[in-house]
Design a protein around this ligand. Structure first.
Ligand code: BTN
Length: 278
């Protein structure tokens, strides 16, 4: 059993509720598929906190001590939530803030695909519980009405990969940045809790991760295509070295964004920050 620095801050009641929530199968599907890569149903270790700095840090600490694949770290509130590119992830009460430890044993070039695997699971969980269809803005944003409702952060250290997912569930929009929204804000009848959302999210992530592990990115791309909000849209793409304009056209079989550049051909991009130009 890993010896966690934050052990005393764990919340056993929350851990029991989350363990119940993540157990079982995706609603509406027969439990016929044995998920090979994750622990059996309900056996994933869960570490839950009323508040913590960042679930990413706890997950990395656990991973460095050998925590098993599928281990879930969850917080009701984060004091140092972080996003991509060194940004802060504002994490007040009402959100789902979780990190899942993976040991994918895949070439480093494939690891960024996990951001899209998680985006797919997040969008589907939101659709299941809130009845609304979010759009995915490559590579890691989940949007409702053009505003960010969830974000994904993938960090690899050694053989372990930590996938962090933040979803604004019942969060008061006044507590969020202006470009963000919450499920409660966009769906008046929404009644699920952050724990319920985590259950739906984890089960879908486990299933899609297994598909990715067995069959690669192509089936993920097929499922993602209808959710990609960008295709056919004029965009600006900023990378570490360039700022380019064009029209986003598709994902390739590696999860790279294909952009028909204003100044020339279609080019694949592995990383970057997309702004819609409409
Ligand atoms: C982004 O959109 O830039 C990524 C945001 C990722 C936020 C999640 S919340 C759970 C986990 N812990 C963190 O500190 N960050 C991720």
């Amino acid at each position: 059993m890993p010896n966690l620095r934050h052990d005393a801050a764990r919340d056993p009641a929350l851990e029991a509720a989350l363990t119940r929530a993540i157990r079982g199968h995706i609603r509406g599907q027969t439990p016929s598929v044995k998920i090979a890569k994750f622990p059996d149903e309900g056996l994933a270790p869960v570490y839950a906190f009323r508040r913590i700095g960042s679930t990413m840090d706890v997950a990395h600490e656990l991973a460095s001590q050998g925590a098993s694949e599928g281990t879930l770290v969850w917080a009701a509130r984060q004091e140092q939530g972080r996003g991509r590119l060194g940004r802060t992830w504002v994490s007040p009460e009402g959100g789902t803030y979780c990190s899942v430890i993976l040991r994918p044993n895949r070439p480093p070039a494939e690891i960024p695909q996990l951001s899209l695997v998680a985006g797919l699971a997040t969008a589907e969980a939101i659709r299941e519980l809130a009845g609304v269809s979010p759009a995915i803005r490559w590579p890691n944003d989940v949007l409702l009405d053009g505003l960010k409702v969830a974000g994904i952060l993938v960090e690899a250290r050694g053989a372990a990969v930590v996938v962090g997912i933040g979803i604004n569930v019942t969060t008061d929009p006044a507590d969020l940045p202006p470009n963000a929204t919450s499920l409660k804000k966009v769906t008046i009848t929404f009644s699920a809790s952050p724990v319920d959302v985590t259950g739906a999210l984890y089960r879908r992530f486990r299933a899609w991760y297994d598909v990715w592990y067995r069959s690669g990115f192509v089936p993920i791309r097929e499922a993602l295509r209808p959710l990609m909000g960008l295709f056919g849209e004029p965009i600006q793409l900023s990378t570490a070295s360039e700022r380019l304009r064009g029209v986003a056209s598709d994902l390739d079989e590696h999860g790279r964004l294909l952009v028909r550049l204003d100044a020339g051909p279609v080019r694949p991009f592995e990383m970057g920050e997309v702004t819609l130009l409409r």
